[in-house]
Design a protein around this ligand. Structure first.
Ligand code: NAG
Ligand code: NAG
Length: 593
């Protein structure tokens, strides 16, 4: 007995020693308190003027979600009146500004910024270059070949919009960047980092009006792709692009002459689903949504996916005679559809609010295949149950949510409103906020503006780019939202929705927030940050290292010749300006590569 006790004592003492060494310590924090210069939102006057779209001013935002400072080593620029780049401290972002002297490109214009990642041998370069005589024949190249992370060329964004680069990881963990998506199952990949965190201490990308990735005209109304479509890629691709929280609005559509005839369940986006006359349109069918989720979870088992479902009401094909509230028949038809979703999680412990359960509580379910959780907003469910716990459909209030919708059109008012709303939440320790906060990083334009400039335009030109400097600057290890909900996730170029044209900023922001920023809060993360520990913590990183090139049209090559650096200029012309302000007075070979 005594021997057993002392063995137990030795064992627990050894455990303490390991813990002390592996513990998160506030003095080990690397997250910088330094502020980078404030950025600029794309002005509405520029966004709304086709002529201004050709403005020679634009930005490259760099987001550093690593424990290393990004040091600007040098820049040179030719034919540019602004070439303002700078260091990016750990956990921060910087909106670097570029303005060409001429609206019309000259093929010899060129600018490059060279960065080094402090304390490592890693380097990267950002390039802008004229490629032809037309105003938009300019390109931006993010060259991470010096980190074995490839190169990507973006079409000139112009119009005071931006191209964004997100880098996360560390020298010990390996580096990752947003030039491309990785395998889709990011939560399973960083399982060891997030498994013990309550769900309210996660950061999840989310999508708004998630089913509206197309317009399907199942109801006869005036909603069109400009004012009613909120996404460019379907639910399967949204999942691959990192989204784990979905805003699904599902309704049944009924025969104009026979309300008892349900023509099908569809995602809808309408102004008011209970109004006598509602306007909007339909998106993906519920069947499509279900098969897309099943395809993703089959390929990527072990994730946690929240589907926040509302409307749950019927409308006539011509939606001019009020709603049809669901009775037992429609509710049962809906339930039998939902039973087709694999990896639902029935009979969860409803005595614990979901936001307080550790991520592993959900991710380990279904033999490790994870959880697809339905959260129903039951405000339109009158004479039918508001949840079906045995089928994995829960009332929305099973999770304590604060959902902040700004209802603002202009990004310069929208962004500060969202940020101030999550900034006062403290995470971890005695003052923990305790709830799950949803930030709706999306514009709500009035009908005239959305019809003229499109929800896509607002998202990809103004709103999403601002997330990566303003939004990131507003987050810290103590304050961040749990869901960052956006329109047009992954879409970077207008109307370019094919997978190889998408951009992976949100995917890597999601990973980097969980891996780096949140791990720096020792009240949330008791163990040493995975990025400063040796690599063995996670089951080996993402895909094999890739050092190819993705061109502006989406084509890519996997094994470019080592000399190929698009946008790189081999000579520096007389008149080239360096970072220190020195102007070159003769033409020389470019000493950097
Ligand atoms: C400015 O930078 C250039 C390029 O790095 C360098 O050759 C030059 O000596 C620097 N000038 C001064 C005054 O530091
Ligand atoms: C460089 O440009 C300046 C200004 O245009 C000019 O005065 C100078 O002669 C040029 N130098 C050379 C070596 O061409």
């Amino acid at each position: 007995m005594r021997i057993l006790q002392s063995l137990a004592f030795v064992a627990s003492f050894a455990g303490l020693l390991v813990n002390a060494q592996d513990a998160c310590k506030p003095q080990d924090r690397t997250f910088s308190t330094e502020q980078t210069p404030a950025g600029n939102y794309q002005p509405a006057s520029v966004f709304m003027s086709p002529a201004s779209q050709l403005s020679p001013k634009f930005y490259i935002s760099v987001v550093n979600l690593t424990p290393h400072r990004f040091i600007l080593e040098n820049t040179h620029s030719y034919q540019m009146s602004t070439f303002d780049f700078g260091d990016v401290p750990q956990g921060k972002s910087r909106q670097n500004a570029i303005k060409y002297r001429n609206r019309i490109a000259t093929q010899d214009d060129a600018g490059e910024a060279y960065y080094r990642i402090y304390g490592t041998d890693k380097k990267f370069a950002l390039r802008v270059k004229g490629t032809g005589p037309l105003v938009d024949q300019r390109s931006v190249t993010l060259d991470l070949s010096g980190m074995n992370l490839g190169q990507r060329i973006y079409q000139f964004p112009g119009g005071e919009s931006s191209v964004t680069l997100v880098i996360t990881g560390s020298s010990k963990y390996g580096f990752y960047a947003s030039l491309r998506h990785d395998r889709g199952g990011w939560m399973r990949w960083i399982y060891n980092t997030i498994k013990d965190r309550p769900v309210r201490h996660l950061f999840l990308p989310g999508t708004h009006d998630s089913g509206m990735s197309k317009i399907t005209n199942k109801i006869r109304s005036i909603g069109n792709s400009f004012n009613t479509q909120n996404q460019g890629i379907n639910i399967y691709d949204q999942l691959r692009a990192g989204a784990r929280w979905f805003d699904l609005r599902v309704g049944s559509v009924h025969d104009d002459n026979n309300p008892a005839r349900n023509l099908g369940f569809h995602t809808l986006h309408v102004n008011d689903e209970t109004a006598t006359v509602c306007i909007g349109n339909s998106g993906e069918s519920l069947d499509e949504v279900i098969s897309e989720i099943n395809l993703f979870t089959r390929e990527n088992p072990g994730e946690l996916i929240f589907l926040s479902v509302r409307y749950l009401i019927g409308r006539y094909e011509t939606p001019d005679r009020g709603p049809i509230y669901w009775g037992a028949q429609l509710w049962n038809d809906f339930l039998s559809k939902i039973r087709g979703v694999n990896n639902r999680c029935p009979n969860l412990d409803t005595s614990v609010p979901f936001q307080n359960q550790p991520a592993s509580y959900f991710m380990d379910r279904n033999d490790g295949k994870g959880c697809v959780i339905f959260l129903l907003n039951g405000q339109n469910l009158k004479d039918v149950p508001k949840e079906a716990v045995g089928d994995g459909l829960y009332a929305q209030n099973r999770i304590g949510v604060r959902d902040h919708w700004s209802n603002i059109q202009d990004i310069n008012a929208l962004a500060p409103d969202q940020i101030s709303n999550w900034k006062d939440l403290k995470r971890g320790g005695d003052k923990d906020f305790g709830q799950f906060h949803i930030a709706q990083w999306l514009a709500t334009p009035n009908a005239v503006a959305s019809t003229a400039y499109s929800l896509q335009g607002f998202a990809i030109q103004q709103v999403n780019p601002a997330l990566y400097w303003a939004g990131v600057a507003g987050m810290s290890p103590e304050s961040w939202p749990n869901v960052m909900m956006v329109d047009y996730i992954g879409v970077q170029q207008r109307d370019q929705m094919s997978w190889n044209m998408l951009s992976a900023e949100m995917y890597w922001l999601g990973i980097g927030m969980n891996l780096y920023v949140i791990s720096e809060n020792c009240d949330v993360n008791k163990l040493k940050s995975p990025l400063v520990k040796a690599r063995d913590l996670e089951s080996a990183g993402g895909e094999k290292s890739w050092n190819g090139i993705i061109f502006a049209d989406g084509r890519s090559i996997d094994h470019p010749s080592p000399e190929l650096h698009p946008g790189h200029t081999t000579i520096l012309r007389n008149g080239t300006i360096f970072a220190n302000g020195t102007v070159l007075e003769t033409t020389i070979p470019n000493p950097w590569i």
